[in-house]
Design a protein around this ligand. Structure first.
Ligand SMILES: [Fe+2]
Length: 248
């Protein structure tokens, strides 16, 4: 077999043949292209089903307790805005929003009168209210979400110095999503009316998280939250303003 160099014409013909074969792969009708497209569509459908199941949970909550449902929606909006400010991708910020939408789902287990009781709760009542992150976690864990939604819900009352509940986690032991929802939760709670306390302003809510930056709340999250309000002029739309930082 001789190793004669190919003519220019031969090389061009081979190149054209190769291009034709490649083009076949790229046509939408090619089996590999079709299989990939089908897989992508299935993946999209699954994502929608997961998102819808979260929305159904939030809706169920709304039917029983419209007050908490409105709170969850506003927290979800703020948490998502904070995540975007922290350069989360569109998809990651969407996960934070979903977690916000159901972060208090465990309150389904708490008698409604405790949630709306004016004045202080007894220690026993408070202990029952404080089971809600654990209950929410157990409910959400039943669905194999491809996102850490159950963990975020479980940890949204944890605090940076370890003083939170139910696990007493500290610092980076707390998943970042939960550190974001925690700040959004406190700010929204202060910015809204509660049956058990009077109203204050968003200014005081931001002061509360600023003063406790690095103690109770993640400093980076607090900074992002402040920027969301000062640079982006975020508002909760119908935000009525509230007093005292405590959320139950
Ligand atoms: Fe909560």
């Amino acid at each position: 077999m001789t190793d004669e160099p190919k003519t220019r014409g031969q090389l061009i013909r081979e190149l054209l043949q190769l291009r034709r074969r490649l083009a076949q792969f790229e046509t939408p009708e090619h089996p590999s292209h079709l299989a990939l497209e089908k897989l992508r569509q299935e993946h999209e459908k699954l994502k929608v089903v997961f998102e819808e199941s979260i929305r159904v949970m939030a809706l169920t909550m709304e039917m029983r307790d419209p007050f908490t449902a409105g709170h969850q929606r506003r927290v979800a909006n703020l948490a998502c805005a904070i995540a975007k400010q922290m350069d989360f991708s569109h998809g990651q910020a969407g996960v934070i929003r979903l977690a916000g939408e159901v972060h208090d789902i465990g309150k389904i287990h708490v008698p409604a009168e405790y949630l709306t009781k004016p004045g202080h709760l007894t220690t026993e009542e408070l202990n029952i209210v404080r089971t809600h992150p654990e209950v929410g976690y157990r409910v959400l864990k039943m669905i194999a979400f491809p996102w850490p939604i159950a963990e975020i819900v479980h940890q949204h009352h944890e605090r940076m110095d370890g003083s939170g509940y139910p696990l007493g986690l500290a610092g980076e032991e707390i998943v970042l999503g939960a550190r974001i929802v925690a700040v959004a939760d406190v700010v929204e709670a202060m910015a809204s009316h509660r049956p058990y306390r009077p109203a204050v302003g968003i200014g005081q809510a931001l002061e509360e998280v600023s003063q406790n930056k690095g103690i109770l709340y993640d400093p980076e999250v607090v900074n992002a939250c402040l920027k969301v309000f000062t640079d982006e002029h975020f508002d909760f739309h119908s935000a009525v303003i509230a007093k005292l930082p405590h959320t139950r």
